[in-house]
Design a protein around this ligand. Structure first.
Ligand SMILES: [Zn+2]
Length: 158
C-alpha cells in the first residue's frame, strides 16, 4: 500500500489503437484524386481561397466550398527540417527524412510532404539544395492507393 504523498507506481507501455476513419464525401473525392495523380482543392465562393486538401467548408468564412479545382503539382518550400533520429512511428530504416511544407502554386496554405530524389543521407547536400523558396514538384508513386503517400516525395526543380 502506497504511503500518503508517495508517487504512485507506474509502468511504461505503448498502446497501439488501430482504427478506421470515415472520410466523408469531400475527403473521399480528394483521396480518389490522388489515386489518379490529381491534387484537388476546393474554392470558397466568398473569399476566393483555394484550399488543399479539399474542405467541405471554408474555415474562415464558414461557407460551403463546393467548387472543385485541380491544382498545380508544383510549388515553393515554406519550411523544412532534417530528421535523423527515430521516434514513435519512425524507425531506423526510415531515416533520414526531410519533412517539408509546400505552398502549391495558386493554393492558399501549406501542404506537407517529404523531399526526395537525391541522396538525403548527405546532410551537406540537403542543406545546399533544400531552401525556403526552392521550387518543388510532386513525384508520384508507381502504385497509388488513394492515400497521402501516393505522392512518394517532392523533388527539387532548378
Ligand atoms: Zn472563405
Amino acid at each position: 500500500m502506497a504511503e500518503k504523498n508517495e508517487k504512485p507506481r507506474t509502468i511504461h507501455t505503448v498502446l497501439r489503437v488501430p482504427f478506421e476513419m470515415a472520410l466523408g464525401p469531400t475527403w473521399t473525392r480528394f483521396f480518389e484524386g490522388l489515386r489518379e495523380k490529381k491534387i484537388l482543392g476546393t474554392k470558397c465562393k466568398e473569399c476566393g481561397r483555394i484550399l488543399v486538401p479539399a474542405r467541405p467548408f471554408c474555415p474562415r468564412c464558414f461557407e460551403p466550398m463546393e467548387e472543385w479545382v485541380e491544382v498545380a503539382q508544383e510549388g515553393t518550400i515554406i519550411t523544412w527540417s532534417y530528421v535523423n533520429y527515430t521516434y514513435f512511428g519512425v524507425t531506423a530504416d526510415m531515416i533520414p527524412i526531410v519533412p517539408t511544407r509546400i505552398k502549391l502554386d495558386g493554393v492558399d496554405g501549406g501542404w506537407g510532404g517529404r523531399i526526395g530524389g537525391f541522396d538525403i543521407k548527405d546532410f551537406d547536400l540537403v542543406n545546399k539544395k533544400v531552401k525556403v523558396g526552392a521550387r518543388v514538384k510532386a513525384v508520384w508513386s508507381g502504385e497509388r492507393h488513394g492515400h497521402l503517400r501516393d505522392i512518394e516525395y517532392w523533388e527539387i526543380i532548378e
